[in-house]
Write a protein that binds this ligand. Structure first.
Ligand code: COA
Length: 133
């Protein structure tokens, strides 16, 4: 799923190996939503990098192509945000490619607000923030 959606991600190297390596690092959590038991197909995933409290970065987040717009992304993101809150994280940000309008609308629906424009992975991107200053 990460390979087939790599054009959406703010970092150019989001691949199965990248995700496996991230999961092994302290201060990083990857939440995976499946459609059944432990061996059932993956519906989506959402990472959270909370190695530098009180701020954390959400992502990468992805829902399988045929299963979008059914609330799974929101379920994943809210689960990750709850986890971060329980771990004392009060401020969360995401980096979203400027071209990824669907993801911007998705994060806006979760109360993230655009605060900065940056270049990330050689492309224009927006930083969107959630939480109190
Ligand atoms: C972004 C992504 C994770 C959203 O997942 P999803 O399961 O489709 O999102 P949800 O169904 O939970 O949507 C929640 C809300 O977000 C907004 N939203 C989601 N997708 C949208 C779209 N394509 N266009 C406009 N608004 C959208 C809507 O407000 C939606 O609420 P509604 O359905 O009541 O209108 C999914 O589109 C995806 O995997 N995209 C490819 C990977 C990607 O871009 N990741 C983000 C990189 S920063």
């Amino acid at each position: 799923m990460s390979n087939s959606n790599s054009e959406f991600f703010q970092y150019p190297k989001v691949s199965p190996v990248f995700i496996r390596d991230m999961c092994a690092k302290p201060g990083f959590k990857m939440f995976v939503l499946r459609c059944g038991g432990a061996d059932s197909p993956v519906v989506g995933f959402c990472g959270a990098n909370f190695a530098s409290p009180p701020t954390a970065e959400l992502g990468p987040i992805c829902v399988a192509g045929g299963l979008r717009k059914r609330g799974y992304g929101e379920e994943l993101a809210k689960h990750a945000l709850d986890f971060l809150k329980q771990n004392g994280i009060t401020k969360v940000f995401v980096k979203v490619k400027r071209s990824n309008v669907a993801a911007q609308k998705f994060f806006k629906s979760l109360d993230f607000k655009v605060t900065e424009q940056i270049i990330c992975g050689g492309e224009e991107a927006l930083v969107m923030r959630y939480g109190k200053d």
